[in-house]
Design a protein around this ligand. Structure first.
Ligand code: TEU
Length: 560
């Protein structure tokens, strides 16, 4: 038997560089800022840092539109400074993985500049160019009805050659044509150069969109029933295996590959992460963060704990024997977890620590997104002018200006779900701009920084950070956390999240009261005499029955 992979006991920390820490006063976070805060991360105990994109970019989508894969954007620093950061992370025992954005480039990438220049340019076929589709009444329009994730059609007409190009995201993010072998080889060569430089792997942006079925008929369901010809195309597994062979095989260092895959289901995820197939180590799936979305992601629905448990539990089951998942509630695309799933006022400490306990004690590799370790909250936005994110800005324009929906209603959805909730500066202390910059930040700090900041949290005896540290230590040291079998308890209970993890006769019980009211939990009666290994400080006081959980209380017991 193979020994368990190193990442079964690892915790990853995501840095969104432009909002992490600014060292030169231009208001945008940078590599110098990250270097100055490495001790915060080493203290937390995380094993891997993942950096959102830092390559040269026009920044239409904050770096997810890359114009040069081989360099560092001067906004963030230089290759020399990157090497220094990498060495300093390695010195502290932390790995560093890069964001790999290769479903699309920037429209300013030289590949696209060439590609668009003429129909017979050698790079024409590196992107998806198609002639307009002419309807029966003679009018012409985009080649198919695909929509961009950032509003509007996924096709833009380029006047120069009279053809449309495909962009599943903003029009400044044209999709690369992975059918073209030269494209794939160029990407693999670039990945190899970064690994040779010393990076420890990649988080692969929307990697399940790289194989597409353009012949797909509008709106018709495919075999997956999604009606989306651009998700999980027919050559995806082939491409992942080819990439593995061209880039990762034969390297004897401990590397990490994570595939971000909107729309992936459990069965597909098992195929991608079955070690025998040599594709990926783990995936980011979206099911559990889509449950509270209605018609679209800005139509928030009431939180439903039973549905969340059903989803996460099914993923635990589906990957129990083969495959591996990543565990996250937050990243740079999601609103803050304590505001979305908890109570970001009275029970901010309790609900932040409850959710991270529940999440990290599932089977999988936990990801911590910057700021969640100090309980950062959503932003009290009051006006649409405060949004910077291309997705939010485009959505508002489409819904209000084009479709005439009530502005207040559209704003309310954005206020709760906008990605900008996660993108304001990390709150380091209570000095101006939360200690993020000495200049004007590119997006204002959340005004709550005065009380919610790293310095205050770490000094508090109810420190969110200290609780995260304990969970990271458990992940490192306890084989039950890393590898134990998962069993959900009381799946239909609307307020209780409870499960066990079991390995070699050892068992952990996690019981969490997902509500602001006390909760009697009979199953706790059998556990009272066992070791309480972790809790978040019951707000009920000492003299309540041991089987009663206080508001947002979580407890973890161990039986030997
Ligand atoms: O996100 C892909 C994705 O599917 C969504 O989460 C997306 O951000 C959007 O919210 C869809 O409604 C990845 C990156 O994480 C994201 O930041 C980029 O904007 C996107 O790809 C394009 O590169």
């Amino acid at each position: 038997d193979e020994p368990p992979a190193w990442w079964t006991r690892a915790v990853v920390y995501q840095i969104y560089p432009r909002s992490f820490a600014d060292s030169d006063g231009d208001g945008i976070g940078d590599l110098g800022g990250i270097r100055s805060r490495l001790d915060h991360l080493a203290d937390l105990g995380v094993d891997v840092l993942w950096l959102s994109p830092i390559y040269p970019s026009p920044q239409h989508d904050n770096g997810y539109d890359i114009s040069d894969y081989e360099d560092i954007d001067p906004l963030f620093g230089s290759l020399e400074e990157f090497d220094a950061l990498l060495a300093e992370a390695h010195d502290r025992g932390m790995k560093l993985v890069m964001d790999l954005v290769v479903n699309h480039t920037s429209d300013e990438h030289p590949w696209f500049v060439e590609s668009r220049s003429s129909t017979d340019n050698p790079k024409r076929d590196w992107y998806w160019w198609r002639a307009p589709r002419v309807a029966e009444d003679g009018t012409s329009g985009p080649p198919n009805d695909w929509r961009s994730a950032f509003s509007g059609p996924a096709w833009t007409l380029d006047e120069r050659t009279g053809e449309y190009y495909l962009h599943l995201f903003a029009r400044q993010q044209p999709d690369l044509n992975w059918e073209n072998q030269d494209v794939r080889e160029a990407v693999y060569a670039m990945m190899n150069r970064w690994l040779d430089r010393g990076v420890d792997g990649f988080r692969m942006d929307v990697i399940n969109l790289i194989s597409k079925r353009l012949e797909h008929i509008d709106g018709e369901d495919d075999e997956r029933g999604t009606g989306l010809g651009f998700i999980m195309g027919p050559r995806l597994h082939e491409f992942m295996q080819e990439m593995h062979e061209a880039v990762f095989a034969g390297r004897d260092r401990e590397l990490l590959t994570v595939g971000e895959m909107p729309g992936v289901d459990v069965d597909e995820a098992r195929l991608f992460t079955d070690p025998a197939r040599r594709e990926l180590d783990m995936v980011f799936q979206f099911e559990h963060v889509s449950l509270d979305q209605g018609e679209d992601k800005f139509d928030p629905q009431p939180f439903d704990l039973v549905a969340l448990k059903e989803s996460l539990g099914r993923w635990q089951e589906g990957l129990a024997d083969v495959g591996w998942n990543s565990l996250y509630l937050n990243n740079h695309d999601q609103p803050r977890l304590v505001s979305r799933f908890g109570d970001d006022e009275e029970y901010r400490y309790e609900s932040a620590t409850l959710w991270v306990t529940v999440l990290h004690l599932h089977r999988g590799t936990p990801f911590v997104y910057q700021g969640e370790e100090i309980g950062m909250t959503n932003v009290p936005f009051v006006s649409v002018d405060e949004f910077r994110d291309v997705e939010s800005v485009n959505y508002y324009r489409e819904k209000v200006e084009e479709e005439g929906r009530p502005a207040a209603e559209v704003f309310e959805g954005l206020r709760r779900m906008s990605r900008d909730n996660a993108r304001t500066p990390v709150q380091w202390d209570d000095s101006p701009h939360a200690g993020f910059t000495t200049g004007e930040p590119w997006i204002p700090a959340n005004p709550r920084y005065v009380t919610i900041n790293a310095e205050a949290d770490r000094a508090s005896d109810r420190s969110v950070f200290a609780h995260y540290q304990r969970l990271v230590t458990m992940r490192h040291e306890d084989p039950v956390v890393a590898l134990g079998d998962f069993e959900m308890l009381e799946a239909d209970h609307p307020r209780l999240y409870a499960f066990t993890r079991t390995l070699d006769g050892q068992q952990l019980l996690v019981a969490a009261n997902v509500s602001g009211e006390p909760l009697d939990v009979p199953l706790l009666e059998g556990w009272g005499h066992h070791e309480l290994v972790l809790s978040n400080d019951a707000s009920l006081g000492a003299d309540h029955p041991p089987s009663r959980l206080g508001p947002w209380e979580v407890r973890v017991y161990r039986s030997a």
